[in-house]
Design a protein around this ligand. Structure first.
Ligand code: PRT
Ligand code: ZN
Length: 285
């Protein structure tokens, strides 16, 4: 039987989360001895552990069929691959930062400046579109020290909390683009591999749909059910089941984490009792 080959980061910020995602999709992967590749135990899948920088090229060439990596790397490497799904982890932004005591006057500030980055392609495109002339110093890593050692006037790098910038006496002045981990695929997958990819995508989506949501069960007197239903939109509409207790019903629905507490308070105010909130593991729409 044909196997689908997935490339994930060998070690780094996305490695564990990539394996966690496969696990959430019911695919058992052991990475005990950090080999170059391994096979899933219960899904026709081979897992290749690579540096994230190399994943776009391997997927373009078909050495791997699909891959998980930061979208920033996909843009930078600019290979012929399709981005098929955002995965909701590894969120960050690519930003321009300058020494904190500098006066920032807007993008024109960068005219004639030297900017250090590991993302020269993305940065070059950005300034070309803006018509601003900069010199790009490409660095493999530790970009944040470039201004301190006099290599550059500014840096363009990945930021998540901003503490690295702060520690290096820099301030973020422009956030250029947001990135997160994505699933990419080769442009010419065989029908058998496409079917496996569809199966994987179905599971990923079910997992993503459940994230940030809670399943709520509650009891309420029948006369307040219409008010409660208005508060609980649910996937289609809430399920309402009669309780053994005459005049009472049980209501089941799904609510998002964002308005969770607000809705719970309202539900109580309208007479809901015995409210049970359960995390959702998977949701198939
Ligand atoms: O060895 P390999 O080449 O595979 O790994 P790598 O060193 O190139 O990548 P890695 O593991 O550092 O990051 C992999 C991916 O994680 C990146 O391509 C991004 O898509 C994503 N990601 C998310 C981040 C961050 N958040 C992040 N904060 N990648 C790097 N950082 C670094 C950033 O470079 C800076 O040094 O963290 C620092 C900033 O963090 P804060 O929190 O201080 O702002
Ligand atoms: Zn890398």
């Amino acid at each position: 039987m044909e196997k689908i080959k997935i490339a994930i980061q060998k070690s780094g910020r996305l490695s564990e989360k990539s394996i966690d995602l496969l696990t959430e999709c019911g695919i058992k992967v052991s990475n005990g001895n950090r080999k170059l590749k391994t096979e899933a135990r219960n899904f026709p899948m081979e897992i290749l552990f690579l540096r994230d920088d190399d994943i776009p090229q391997y997927v373009e060439q078909g050495v791997a069929d699909i891959g998980i990596l930061g979208e920033n790397e996909v843009w930078e490497k600019d290979k012929e691959v399709d981005v098929i799904e955002k995965l909701g982890f590894g969120n960050c932004r690519l930003s321009l930062a300058i020494p904190k005591d500098e006066d920032y006057t807007g993008l024109d500030y960068f005219n004639g400046k030297r900017i250090a980055t590991s993302y020269p392609k993305i940065l070059n495109k950005f300034f070309q579109v803006k018509g601003i002339d900069v010199t790009i110093e490409e660095l493999g890593g530790s970009v944040e020290i470039a201004t301190g050692i006099g290599l550059a006037d500014a840096i363009f790098d990945i930021v998540s909390t901003g503490s690295t910038l702060l520690m290096n006496g820099l301030k973020e002045v422009e956030s250029i683009i947001r990135s997160e981990a994505v699933l990419i695929c080769n442009k010419k997958l065989s029908p058998a591999k496409t079917a496996l990819l569809d199966q994987l995508l179905f599971r990923i989506k079910a997992h993503k749909n459940g994230q940030g949501k809670k399943y709520v069960l509650l009891n309420a007197p029948n006369e307040v059910i219409p008010d409660i239903v208005r508060l609980l939109p649910g996937m289609r509409s809430p399920s309402i089941l009669p309780l053994a207790d005459e005049g009472w019903s049980s209501v089941h629905s799904v609510i998002s984490d964002d308005d969770f507490w607000e809705i719970i308070d309202e539900l109580k105010r309208h007479g809901a009792e015995g409210i049970l909130v359960v995390p959702i593991e998977k949701m198939i729409l």
